[in-house]
Design a protein around this ligand. Structure first.
Ligand code: 4AD
Ligand code: MG
Length: 479
């Protein structure tokens, strides 16, 4: 008999018809010679209930129906007398496809997140991880659909690169060299001539620079792929391998970029509410009681657009009023997550798009705001800053902090080069990037959304290790 997925079996109302389902046993209980099996096949958070008469099955088979075992069940679909389910299956034949003994690590309910990370190869079979992973899939579909519908082209940027986009120098090297026998030159520098690519290469930290090549040819592109950062950040928000979505758009200015950031995130959240109802309801009940309300809240809010300089003023005001921060917040300092959270969660109580950052801690490629005679600059809606600023526009979210990092790009070759020189950057490997500013340069802008940070927000989970099937973090590359 052809197999029916549990999600379809639960919707089916052809009571009395024969049906075959396959899946893993979530639980089995019995009473007065009748057994009840909760069977799940991953197609939905919901289990289908299998009911059977002990007497009609041989004892050996019944013994093998344990938590975690894989079954094929044939029977009749009937209306269920039990609350909370429309139908159930009266079993006529059960085949154990895969036994599961009592060493199965997922037998006990209520295991901690930490424990489940040690069994990441099996945790997708739990209710919570099933829900998270189905939502993750749905968010990927939302992202592709959004960009496709808005006329963006999916542009594939390389994972192996000879350049460092963010200039942070925290990249994983790619080599086929024998690490026990490295050839070095007279200054002790490694010689890469005989390496696979003939030069030093790394895993990419961002597809942006190549994305700009796409945008200045196709008009609007997006990337969606893995990125790698060898920063030793053991936090609930950082992974060494994470997925990033990077749209890049020609002829887009700062205001339009902020519009896009806001519209895009809202679209994804709405998609989750529209398409992941059962999974969200489960998470709302089991993981985070305020989840659905928070998701709906974000759709109603207009994100607050805040120049960095104004943000610093608010933070300093708060300090004067008695608020204690661990880190300083002088103009020119990068914001710590405590500052971001204060602004988003306590002051504005809604997502914030922060813009016009000091150039001291932002990337070389960002558009420079017009400088004033006294060394200040003029930014978003004419706001004045005491020092040079760039059109970086980050989205800060409640409980997540930075979810998007973006900017308008400096399109002037001369201005870009003056910044490159100021930073004493070696552009040997980025000659092709500079060509975009030499040949038909155009205003353009883009951003990067950390996929896992979006999933954190949408699922209400607290740790980024729990929203990707197999997390990569310092000292952990298992599975
Ligand atoms: O702010 P970031 O570093 O920006 C860029 O890489 C730009 N090139 C993007 C662009 O303009 N095209 O990273 C973008 C986003 C962050 O806002 C954050 O959501 C996520 O990527 N992110 C990480 N997510 C998980 N683990 C990490 N280690 C992350 N680092 C950044
Ligand atoms: Mg950033």
């Amino acid at each position: 008999m052809k197999r029916t997925k549990v999600i379809d079996a639960l919707k089916c109302t052809a009571y009395g018809s024969d049906i075959c389902v396959k899946g893993w046993v979530r639980s089995k209980r019995g009473s007065k010679g009748i057994f009840f099996i909760a069977l799940n096949d991953g197609s939905t958070i919901k289990n289908v209930q299998i009911v059977g008469d002990d007497a009609k099955f041989d004892e050996e088979t019944l013994k093998r129906i344990t938590t975690g075992a894989c079954l094929s069940v044939e029977g009749k679909l009937v209306e269920s007398p039990a609350a909370g389910q429309a139908s159930e299956i009266q079993a006529t034949a059960i085949e154990v496809l895969g036994d599961c003994d009592n060493t199965y690590p997922l037998q006990k309910k209520g295991a901690s997140w930490e424990y489940l990370r040690t069994v990441a190869h099996l945790r997708p079979r739990t209710n919570t991880f099933g829900a998270i992973l189905r939502i993750r899939h749905n968010m990927a579909m939302a992202i592709h659909t959004y960009f496709h519908e808005h006329g963006y082209f999916y542009f594939h940027t390389p994972l192996i690169t000879a350049s460092d986009c963010e200039g942070a120098g925290n990249m994983f090297q790619v080599t086929t060299k024998n690490l026990y026998d490295l050839k070095k030159d007279e200054q002790g520098k490694i010689i890469y001539d005989d390496d696979f690519f003939g030069e030093q290469t790394s895993l990419t930290v961002s597809g942006q620079l190549e994305g700009e090549l796409g945008a200045t040819a196709l008009g609007a592109i997006y990337t969606f792929g893995p990125t790698f950062r060898a920063e030793n950040s053991n936090t609930p928000r950082h992974l060494a391998e994470f997925w990033m979505i990077e749209p890049e758009i020609a002829f887009m200015d700062q205001e339009e970029l902020m519009d896009l950031e806001e519209d895009f995130i809202k679209y994804c959240v709405r998609w989750a509410l529209d398409n992941c109802k059962d999974d969200l309801e489960f998470l709302n009940k089991m993981v985070d009681k305020g989840l659905i309300e928070r998701l709906e809240g974000v759709l109603k809010e207009e994100f607050f657009r805040l120049p960095y300089t104004e943000g610093i003023r608010i933070l300093q005001e708060a300090v004067k009023g008695g608020k204690k921060f661990e880190f300083p917040c002088e103009w020119g300092d990068d914001l710590a997550s405590e500052h971001e959270r204060y602004l988003v969660e306590e002051h504005f109580k809604k997502p914030v798009i922060m813009t016009d950052y000091p150039r001291s801690f932002k990337s070389f490629y960002m558009k420079q705001n017009q400088e004033t005679a006294d060394g200040g600059s003029i930014g978003y809606k004419g706001a004045v800053a005491p020092g040079p600023t760039m059109q970086g526009t980050d989205v800060l979210f409640p409980s997540i902090g930075e979810i998007i990092g973006g900017s308008v790009r400096e399109e002037s070759y001369d201005k870009l080069m003056s910044e490159v020189r100021r930073r004493e950057m070696d552009m040997t490997h980025l000659w092709w990037y500079l060509d975009t500013r030499k040949y038909g340069s155009c205003p353009h802008a883009g951003f990067g959304l950390g996929f896992e940070r979006l999933i954190l927000f949408v699922t209400g989970m607290q740790n980024i290790r729990d929203v990707i099937p197999f997390p990569r973090t310092p000292r952990n590359a298992e599975f």
